[in-house]
Design a protein around this ligand. Structure first.
Ligand SMILES: N[C@@H](CCC(=O)N[C@@H](CS)C(=O)NCC(=O)O)C(=O)O
Length: 382
């Protein structure tokens, strides 16, 4: 059994070997991007010959900095976040925007939830902007580039982009390019680099004294839970599914145990590790609650249980883990967080965008869970 460190370095080596080059646009070159990326067209294509899902690394990895002389200085109004409300990775960025009080400084545009053809000239399916603001509640046309798809944004940033056009995208309106499309890095920038303009600059979700513990939990949670549910759902052979589902439930059991002793996953203080865990947990079982279609607006309710059903993570439901279940409610009830959870988009996306998993796009019914219901987490103090 390889150690965590060994398995991640093996993964890194494999990914570096798989990398190849693509030409960058002048904007991207001016922004100083590396030209080496691994190509892939959609997450459903990222399955190896063994039948296992193998996520490719994000491509754009520059940073916004609090230093005014930096290439990407943290100034209000310059950056925009393109998201899907369905996407857990994008949702963690939305949660940081809310918690840090940055929604006045960084705008958000959400795509439509169901993948569509992004071009008439090929069959790529991906994220699409609606043509008008009333086409799909919560989704809006691209206000800055008039792009039809997220793929078009990547093509503005990099000519002939053939990688996976993912969300979230942290977009620089001034240089018309993607600053960063890796949520784990975007949340760190939101945590520290915008403090001069943040409504809540004192909140540090990656505090120095907890970093070792946060890093350790993140490694477990990313591999076994956040990405683990995708490894279950996208596996094309029984063996990789069995392996992923075993690791997933071992990790959930570990988190369940930890949360029996303390309010949050790294102690009695909310950290980024909680947000990273929450975005997967909230997509696990079905859900019934008021949700928002756009940050701040409340709209309809819906039922779903995406990972338990669609991704075959059904050994045990979230609500059968009392600590994890109450913890999910606790995080959901933090002011601002529920407005980042749009169950209608989540449900439509997963059941509607993966034809090889759910060819008829049937949305299963489920029992109702109200994540606004009381929880028992204050027993660890507030
Ligand atoms: N590592 C990236 C992953 C982003 C990602 O995979 N996003 C998905 C949505 S949940 C996506 O945009 N997929 C597009 C596709 O599969 O074509 C991050 O954390 O930002």
């Amino acid at each position: 059994m390889p150690t965590l460190a060994t398995s991640s370095s093996l993964l890194l080596t494999r990914r570096l070997l798989a990398a190849r080059t693509f030409p960058t646009s002048s904007a991207a070159a001016a922004a100083g991007y590396s030209t080496t990326v691994k190509m892939a067209r959609s997450a459903l294509d990222e399955v190896t010959d063994t039948g296992a899902f193998d996520r490719s690394p994000s491509t754009f990895r520059s940073s916004v900095s609090s230093d005014a002389s930096a290439r990407f200085p943290a100034v209000p109004g310059r950056y925009h976040l393109y998201v899907s409300y369905a996407c857990p990775w994008a949702s963690r960025c939305l949660a940081f925007l809310k918690l840090k009080g940055l929604d006045h400084a960084i705008g958000v545009t959400a795509v439509k939830p169901i993948f569509e053809r992004t071009k008439e000239t090929d069959d790529h399916l991906g994220w699409i902007f609606p043509a008008t603001a009333d086409e799909e509640p919560g989704a809006e046309p691209d206000p800055f580039n008039g792009a039809k798809s997220v793929r078009e944004l990547y093509e503005i940033a990099s000519t002939n982009y053939a990688g996976k056009p993912t969300v979230p995208v942290l977009w620089d309106k001034q240089l018309k390019t993607v600053v960063n499309n890796e949520s784990s890095e975007i949340i760190r920038m939101l945590n520290t680099e915008f403090n001069d303009i943040a409504g809540n600059p004192g909140l540090d979700l990656y505090p120095v004294h907890l970093r070792a513990s946060i890093d350790e939990i993140n490694e477990l949670v990313y591999d076994a839970i956040n990405n683990g549910v995708y490894k279950c759902g996208f596996a094309k052979k029984q063996g990789p599914y069995d392996e992923a589902v075993t690791r997933l439930y071992e990790a959930l059991d570990k988190c369940e145990q930890i949360l029996g002793k303390q309010r949050y996953i790294c102690g009695n203080q909310l950290t980024e590790a909680d947000i990273r865990l929450f975005v997967t947990l909230i997509r696990f079982d079905e859900f019934l609650s008021s949700t928002s279609s756009k940050i701040g607006e409340v709209c309809t309710t819906s039922l779903m249980h995406v990972y338990a059903v669609h991704f075959k993570c059904n050994k045990k439901l979230l609500r059968e883990h009392p600590n994890l279940f109450n913890y999910t409610k606790d995080i959901y009830q933090i002011p601002g967080i529920s407005s980042t959870v749009n169950m209608e988009h989540i449900r439509k996306h997963y059941y509607g965008s993966h034809p090889s998993i759910n060819p008829y796009r049937i949305i299963p019914v489920g029992p109702n869970i109200d994540y606004n219901a009381p929880n028992d987490r204050e027993r660890f103090g507030s």
